[in-house]
Ligand binder design. Structure first.
Ligand SMILES: Cc1cc2nc3c(=O)[nH]c(=O)nc-3n(C[C@H](O)[C@H](O)[C@H](O)COP(=O)(O)O)c2cc1C
Length: 216
């Protein structure tokens, strides 16, 4: 059932980038499963899902990541910490694996989606976009970040999106260098501390007439 318009706007106003989490409050297993599902349900270009989401619950790793995050306290104090990693490159085997999986989920022979497969390969493997796969995959990962933040807000769960991180150090700490994925952004998830002054700060958004244009 859809939320009412006022419920949606209320939760979007309620959310803000939390600077101080209440480290004693943890997200319930049920809510966390829902947020994981929200991540998985994120749409991506062609549906290719060129990402991995790393849930870093190990406190030793969190400490190391904090020092690679301008020492921002959110990394350690939040309930759940998610690192978004995006594919660095793409090969035909990845697209073939995706195509086989699509065919099996949709119960169609893979030959039926040959046109689609060739279109993806023409664009991402043989076309000019092949030279910017990591940038393309990064854009997809940011959609997942937005999806996570909004889904959490709807459930009354706080987040702090984090670009103030050193991706190369993250890759070392999380041993991503031996995988096809590289860190692009992170998100702390949990509950705001009652003392976080930012909760009361007015939202700074340009007036609608400066950022929206209706072309009728
Ligand atoms: C991609 C992205 C990266 C961000 N990185 C950080 C960060 O590293 N640390 C932080 O405290 N806030 C970070 N922010 C929070 C923004 O400063 C904040 O979202 C913006 O000022 C708007 O305020 P609001 O989210 O509280 O409405 C980031 C936001 C986004 C969208």
């Amino acid at each position: 059932m859809p939320l009412s318009t006022s419920e949606l706007l209320h939760q979007l106003q309620w959310r803000y980038a939390v600077k101080k989490f209440d480290s004693t409050r943890k997200i319930s297993a049920t809510n966390w499963q829902v947020l994981e599902d929200a991540l998985v349900l994120t749409p991506s270009s062609y549906g290719l899902q060129p990402w991995q989401f790393l849930m870093v619950q190990n406190l030793g790793l969190r400490q190391k990541l904090k020092s690679a995050s301008w020492n921002q306290a959110q990394v350690e104090d939040c309930s759940h910490f998610v690192v978004f990693a995006a594919l660095q490159s793409l090969d035909e085997a990845y697209i073939d694996r995706f195509a086989d999986y699509t065919a099996s989920v949709r119960h169609v022979p893979v030959e039926k989606i040959q046109g689609y497969i060739q279109m993806m390969k023409g664009d991402l493997i043989k076309g000019p976009r092949s030279r910017e796969i990591h940038e393309w995959a990064t854009r997809q990962a940011y959609i997942a970040l937005g999806n996570l933040m909004t889904s959490a807000a709807v459930l009354g769960i706080d987040t702090c999106p984090m670009e103030g991180i050193e991706p190369v150090k993250y890759d070392e700490i999380l041993q991503l260098n031996t995988t096809p994925y590289r860190t692009v952004v992170a998100c702390a998830v949990g509950y705001r501390h009652a003392d976080d002054a930012y909760a009361k700060a007015a939202k700074v958004r340009f007036p609608k007439d400066q950022i929206l244009r209706t072309l009728s």
